[in-house]
Design a protein around this ligand. Structure first.
Ligand SMILES: C[S@@+](CC[C@H](N)C(=O)[O-])C[C@H]1O[C@@H](n2cnc3c(N)ncnc32)[C@H](O)[C@@H]1O
Length: 206
């Protein structure tokens, strides 16, 4: 993140979940962070970090490993970067308040690309990311490829979506969005995550 995104000022995090501020803590030039998530509870949970008396151990450890530091003062500064948050399923068209050609960086860290239920949804979501990026803006992704399956939800026995993401689909979605893949890495499945086949991460640019 330090090498490729040190200059990113305007950022949108897709499927931000509770990890919103953790990832943002590595963006040294951040001015404003917006986000989309289906769940308002995700933002409440993410914001709990600002009520803590000290920097969480996980932040400290991750910054130490990246040879940086992150202090309580940095946490205060991060809070001031809070932008606009949209609570919607981002597979639907995005509202006009998320402007085209506006963001230096869009991030998606396990924020739902791995849980779409049709190839076209992945293509459309990456396409929407591309449209809101500035020329030369970047899309950072950290995805996990799940073993395809259908799960019966306990309540009401409604079948949950199967998972369709795979490397070739993601690469195709990036190309169809008019983006260029710059960096792509694959990490083999950790032994303690049986439902996950592969992780991949990297970034594409407009
Ligand atoms: C694993 S969680 C959090 C990931 C988070 N980016 C992080 O690094 O901690 C995935 C989040 O993505 C959101 N999400 C998944 N699919 C989504 C969709 N289609 N539209 C909106 N939000 C979605 C979920 O609501 C959830 O908060």
């Amino acid at each position: 993140m330090r090498t490729h995104f040190a200059a990113a000022r305007t950022v949108l995090d897709l499927g931000f979940g509770a990890g919103l501020w953790f990832w943002a803590s590595f963006l040294s030039s951040l001015k404003r962070l917006d986000g989309i998530d289906a769940s308002p509870e995700a933002l409440e949970e993410a914001d709990r970090v600002f009520g803590l008396r000290e920097v969480p151990a996980g932040y400290r450890l991750a910054h130490e490993r990246a040879s940086s530091t992150f202090t309580a003062r940095d946490l205060d500064l991060l809070r001031a970067k809070r932008g606009r948050f949209f609570f919607l399923d981002y597979r639907a068209p995005w509202p006009a308040e998320i402007p085209r050609d506006h963001y230096d960086l869009v991030t998606e860290h396990g924020g739902g690309f791995g849980q779409m239920d049709a190839d076209q949804q992945v293509v459309d979501a990456v396409g929407q990311c591309a449209r809101i990026l500035k020329p030369a803006g970047r899309l950072l992704f950290v995805n996990f490829v799940m073993t395809p399956r259908r799960i019966e939800k306990e309540v009401g026995k409604v079948p949950a979506p199967s998972f369709c993401l795979r490397q070739s689909l993601f690469e195709d979605a990036v190309a169809r969005a008019g983006l260029s893949m710059v960096d792509f890495h694959t990490v083999e499945r950790p032994p303690d995550m049986p439902g996950v086949e592969t992780f991949f991460y990297g970034f594409a640019r407009r």
